[in-house]
Write a protein that binds this ligand. Structure first.
Ligand SMILES: [Fe+2]
Ligand SMILES: [Fe+2]
Length: 173
């Protein structure tokens, strides 16, 4: 897929659906509460949208997003699952996506739980998409741990939207 091509949301959703249909049977995390299929799906779509916004390869970003927690077997912390998921990703990339940059993708997956930021934009699409997901478990998103400007903007916008809801809740008590 050509880099630098802005893509419509519907096209990204279609790529994400095709990716999910192909890869879900190989992932061990599907039924987990916090890191199950819906988490993989959301990270894949958001990673693809960040790739489109930053001129990166959308297909690579979607596939990487879907596989980043693919070998998880529980919802616990630590980065062991990231290394296991990178090993699984390398096998699946070889089988189904030989045209994608396996080294770059697997490195990004292996390091996604290490708490770093990156100057590599494709890697940043995954790391930022996964961190923007932290809100689902009630954690505040640390803007300093986001690598792209577009993700920082998104995090700020989401935080701003949360304020009236929080205030409403307080007033109604
Ligand atoms: Fe993870
Ligand atoms: Fe994740």
């Amino acid at each position: 897929m050509e880099k630098g091509l802005k893509m419509k949301k519907e096209e990204i959703l279609l790529i994400a659906k095709e990716t999910e249909d192909l890869l879900v049977p190989f992932c061990s995390c599907g039924s987990l509460g916090l890191h199950g299929l819906s988490h993989l799906r959301r990270v894949a779509i958001l990673s693809g949208r960040l790739a489109s916004a930053t001129g990166e390869d959308v297909e690579a970003a979607v596939v990487m997003g879907f596989l980043h927690d693919g070998a998880r077997t529980d919802d616990k912390g630590g980065n062991g699952h990231a290394h296991d998921s990178a090993v699984l990703a390398r096998q699946l990339l070889k089988m189904f996506y030989p045209h994608l940059e396996a080294d770059r993708i697997c490195d990004a997956i292996a390091r996604h739980a290490d708490g770093e930021v990156t100057g590599d934009t494709l890697t940043a699409c995954l790391w930022d998409a996964d961190r923007l997901e932290l809100k689902r478990i009630g954690r505040t998103i640390d803007l300093d741990l986001l690598s792209t400007r577009v993700a920082k903007r998104l995090a700020r916008a989401r935080a701003a939207r949360m304020v009236p809801v929080a205030l409403e809740g307080r007033q109604s008590r």
